[in-house]
Design a protein around this ligand. Structure first.
Ligand SMILES: Cc1ncc(COP(=O)(O)O)c(C=O)c1O
Length: 309
């Protein structure tokens, strides 16, 4: 982590007033560089899962450092376009939404991952082979720091269960769908890199059924430390294991596959500071009360993207 010093934060607070959100641009850049430096031997593309933080200045910064963006709602897609991302660098991974949102995403020209058989069917009927699309699969893998952030297991609502592959293939064939990407996301706070490798193995089993794939998408979920001494995902080890997995499993269709990731928290979670001021301190026997300014985000709360010299 690249921390801002207390004095730097006080200086910024003096300049802009409090309460104030400050985001450390260099930290975000450094985290992105950790990823790109680790994955030099695999053709990889990173889409920042912007649900982690949709501040427009942060989005612009992420675009400027060369990272792409993953959106989970159509308004996030609009925000990403507003921030200047090219549609080809925007991914829309939907969950349980009305088909009209997918139609909007299609009209904006972004990549789309569809996560239900019913929407895949509607997409096939309307667009056939004319628009490439991705499928979000549920790999039946337990991943993530706890059950609440685990999204790939066999009771999860996210994605089309891999065991329904025959139904997916029937739709692909009936509507001549152009399946460009297979996506999984097993959860957040994934420390064990083998969770990602298990996901790759699930995908390797079904890749041969898709003849027009350009990419596989392993989602996000890299674990970040929340406090001193906490562990995090070993990104270098993950990169090594991903490369080994691909070396062991050349695509039987002969097509080159790019690997996509959707890191959210990894890029931004340690980059934000909330600076507020103490209104009143009441000293008591036993316990003291310290009352801060309200810090609920309001339109009046300034946001500063600070790039320090
Ligand atoms: C589809 C998808 N991709 C990426 C992410 C980002 O996860 P994280 O912030 O843990 O990296 C999420 C988080 O919920 C997600 O649902």
């Amino acid at each position: 982590m690249l921390p801002l010093s207390q004095q730097e934060l006080i200086n910024i607070a003096n300049e802009f007033g409090t309460p104030l959100y400050v985001y450390h641009a260099e930290h975000i850049t450094a985290q992105y560089k950790r990823l790109t430096d680790a994955f030099t031997e695999t053709d990889t593309k990173f889409f920042y899962a912007c649900k982690a933080l949709t501040n427009i200045q942060v989005l612009k910064h992420i675009k400027n450092i060369g990272c792409s963006v993953d959106c989970s709602s159509i308004n996030e897609v609009r925000l990403a376009l507003l921030a200047g991302f090219e549609p080809t660098n925007i991914l829309y991974t939907s969950n349980g939404i009305d088909f009209s949102e997918i139609e909007k995403a299609q009209s904006l020209g972004v990549h789309i991952n569809i996560d239900s058989l019913s929407n895949l069917e509607k997409f096939g009927k309307k667009f056939g082979h004319s628009y490439p699309v991705g499928i979000r699969l549920r790999p039946n893998i337990m991943g993530g720091g706890n059950l609440k952030v685990s999204t790939g297991h066999d009771k999860s609502k996210f994605g089309i269960p891999v065991d329904q592959l025959d139904k997916i293939l029937a739709l692909v064939s009936t509507h001549n769908l152009y399946i460009q990407n297979l996506h999984i996301h097993t959860g957040s706070d994934i420390k064990d890199v083998d969770t990602f490798i298990k996901g790759i193995e699930v995908l390797f089993d079904i890749i041969p059924s898709f003849h027009e794939l350009d990419s596989i998408d392993l989602g996000g979920g890299f674990k970040v430390p929340y406090k001193e001494g906490d562990s995090e995902t070993d990104i270098a080890l993950l990169a090594k294991k991903v490369k080994e997995a691909f070396d062991d499993h050349p695509n039987p269709n002969g097509r080159h596959l790019q690997v996509w990731f959707e890191p959210g928290k990894f890029l931004v979670s340690a980059a934000g500071y909330l600076i507020t001021s103490v209104n009143v301190i009441k000293r008591n026997l036993g316990n003291n009360f310290c009352r801060y300014q309200q810090w609920l985000q309001s339109p009046d709360t300034p946001h500063v993207l600070r790039s320090l010299p």
